[in-house]
Ligand binder design. Structure first.
Ligand code: MSP
Length: 518
């Protein structure tokens, strides 16, 4: 089990965030993925009994969104109102349990940006200058000439986005002065950036030298105005990153802010790690605010082996995917299939394999066999808690340890390992039921039959409890079938056995198998 000094304390409030999504387009699998990971961790922390603030939202300013609005023939506010709604709808599609949804066009956010800017000015961290260099609107990022490649007379950023030459007056943030303190942060908090490969990449970038950062633009107006100089709008990344502290209560509600900040974790994709792990902690430290505790950068999905792109027409629509395969199988697949932090391939065959093999067979059948036997052979009544015989010990030990094992994996965002651990235990339980053959014991040893079924019921209760964050709907159904009352579905409640004698409802299948041709 991974042990780390940085494992979060078991008590206290936790603030968990997704990136805020650009409203230039409809949600796709990448958005669903980042949000889903954050949702699972938020739900797990609630199961631990922690107070959780889970935030998502939309990034609505900047040149890219302004351009998308213009292309749609709309004014930017009307356009962002419309597209932001698709992201609100995504929270329902994916079953997200977010506590707030922030939009950067809200008044509370403009206040926070203004307060942060004023604080940086007060501390001498901002100066007025002139920016001249390359800018990629698609990434909303500045690039140095040595980072670019040229094809057919057009220069491109490493992300593949075309860049344009920008020359305008600009405010600068003294980023160059923060390199040493950033490196100290990465050294002092080795888990500040996960996974380690991303940490190395960020450290190398910072060590190669940081220039000051242009943090305002004058050639368009769709943004938060710079206080005292309204010809400038704030650089969209400064604006966007600030969302995290806006929602936590900065500056309007110092009590809330002290409670929620620093965030336990910002979930991001690997493409935006530089903004979160370099610029963001530098802005915060420069304003006298603590940096977040962790930035986790996940990998990217390909679709059946191909890069996902609008021009290839292979964008995966989360709404369609959930309609076709069901929400919980999709949630399970996305976090089970690929180690979080690595790139992975979405394939329909793999989704079917996981759903049918693991959810329907290993877990669903175990529940169905156990609960059907209790219905038929125990008059639908839960047998009393039973002492463990030698044959019950191995499964019992595995089940007892499972919540801590899952928790340790989730503390490091190893979602696939957490799921693998539950599946390994479920496979063991299937082995146990085959060996003990409780159906054959009714006539020969009914007391042993009851004990075996009770041990299986106890195991299923643990599986269902720890899987709730991943499979909220189906595990709710399973806990109903197991007769676990709603208030006894936390991790703490697992130490109190259910009383024998409960009447259990007739079981029904939890997962339907997906047909390959569907
Ligand atoms: N607005 C910024 C974030 C600001 S946070 C202060 C932004 N928005 S975005 O809409 O482009 O975000 C997309 C998110 O989806 C990123 O985390 C990105 O990594 C993720 N993905 C986009 N395509 C993806 C895949 N093909 N696979 C997995 N995730 C991908 O960036």
């Amino acid at each position: 089990m991974p042990e780390t000094d940085a494992a979060p304390a078991r008590t206290g409030p936790c603030f968990i965030t997704t990136p805020i999504y650009y409203v230039n387009d409809r949600p796709h699998i990448g958005h669903a993925y980042t949000s889903l990971a954050a949702d699972v961790l938020a739900r797990w922390r609630r199961l631990e009994g922690r107070e959780v603030f889970f935030l998502t939202g939309t990034d609505e300013h900047g040149q890219k969104v302004e351009k998308a609005a213009r292309d749609a023939g709309m004014n930017p506010q009307a356009f962002t109102d419309q597209v932001s709604q698709h992201f609100r709808d995504l929270t329902a599609t994916m079953g997200l349990s977010n506590d707030d949804f922030i939009r950067t066009t809200e008044e509370r956010h403009k206040e926070a940006c203004t307060a942060l800017w004023d604080e940086l000015v007060r501390r001498g961290e901002i100066y007025l200058g002139h920016y001249e260099g390359w800018y990629a609107v698609r990434d909303e990022a500045f690039y140095g000439p040595d980072e670019l490649v040229e094809r057919d007379g057009v220069k491109y950023a490493p992300s593949g986005a075309p860049v344009e030459w920008v020359r305008e007056p600009s405010y600068f943030f003294r980023l160059s002065a923060w390199a040493d303190r950033l490196l100290k942060l990465y050294d002092d908090e080795p888990d500040f950036i996960l996974p380690a490969s991303r940490r190395n990449e960020v450290m190398a970038f910072v060590k190669s030298g940081l220039g000051d950062l242009s943090i305002s633009r004058t050639s368009f107006s769709w943004g938060v105005k710079v206080p005292g100089d309204p010809a400038h709008v704030m650089y969209v990344w400064l604006d966007a990153l600030t969302n995290y502290i806006t929602a936590a209560g900065y500056p309007a509600d110092p009590e809330a802010f002290a409670k929620w900040w620093p965030a336990e974790i910002h979930f991001v994709g690997k493409d935006i790690v530089r903004f979160h792990a370099i610029y963001w902690p530098a802005f915060l430290m420069a304003a006298g605010i603590a940096p977040p505790k962790r930035v986790f950068a996940h990998g990217w999905w390909t679709n059946e082996g191909q890069k996902i792109s609008k021009s290839l027409g292979n964008v995966i629509d989360p709404v369609r995917l959930v309609e076709e395969s069901g929400l919980d199988p999709v949630r399970y697949f996305l976090l089970r299939e690929v180690p979080f932090g690595q790139d992975g391939d979405f394939s329909r065959a793999a989704l079917i394999g996981r759903t049918n093999g693991e959810l329907a067979n290993a877990l669903g059948n175990l529940a169905n066999r156990t609960l059907s036997l209790i219905q038929r052979n125990c008059e639908a009544t839960l047998p009393a808690p039973a002492a463990r015989a030698p044959g019950d010990a191995a499964l019992g030990a595995l089940v007892d340890a499972l919540p801590a094992v899952v928790g340790a994996h989730l503390d490091r965002q190893d979602f696939h390992l957490a799921l693998e651990a539950v599946m390994a235990a479920a496979r063991d339980a299937n082995g146990y039921i085959t060996v003990e053959a409780p159906w054959a014991l009714k006539k020969t040893d009914p007391a042993r039959m009851e004990a075996v079924l009770r041990h299986l019921h106890d195991a299923l209760r643990v599986f269902a409890t720890v899987l709730q964050p991943f499979l909220p709907d189906t595990m709710e159904a399973l806990l109903d079938q197991l007769g676990v009352p709603p208030e006894a579905r936390t991790l703490a409640a697992l130490s109190t056995p259910l009383p024998g004698g409960l009447t259990l409802p007739p079981p029904s299948p939890l997962f339907r198998k997906i047909e390959a041709a569907a």
